[in-house]
Write a protein of this length. Sequence first.
Length: 238
Amino acid sequence: MKRFSHLIVLIAVPALFALAVYLQDKPVHAAGDKIAKSGEMALEAEGRDIQVIDGDTIMINGKVVDIAGMDAPELGQQCRHNGTFQDCGMSSAMQLRKYFAMAPFTVQCWPGDPERSEKQGDFPIVECGIGERDVAAAMITDGEALPIPGYSHRYDSLSTEADNAKIGIHGGDMMAPADWRAGKRLDGEDGRCLFVADGKGNYLSTLDPRFADMDTSENSKICSDEEARQKGYSYTAP
């Protein structure tokens, strides 16, 4: 009887672990549901067709949206690891781009909660999934973004685990993205601004292929996506 009980435990533990991993990686909205609880249809696109603007902002089907529940380092932001500055903002954006470029399933994005995401008045807030994978959860788990406090207890837990393991941005010194947007910098950090206005009410990030043709004079540079919006600029589809 004891051997039988021991066998059940050996089978049950891996099964429970697998279930926990599965649930941890589920999107906030059940993957595959094209209609959100609000009744709104999900935005859908193939991953390769999604344009990444920065580490938490994308353009899907010609619509610019913020990914809910997370705050990634700004595109020009740097972090310090072992005394050396690294481009953690660019790293986050490239990781997000990799998720989409390698997506084996159609990407779906559902309306998120703007109040809990502290993004009132900005671009639409969405929760994105690639199959059963929650994009925000993946970014936070990989140490490429911080959670918006209170948006999801699971996100908070994933960030704590990443911090304990010193993964990604948790492995060194980093100014909180919100503080960086407010103009604060680490001692010795370069003040880089990687968005540019076109003089016609529009702006682009350095990740956009059209950036190379823009006027990048110092007067036209913008330090963050949020700053561009505050100045009334729009991000236009290619």
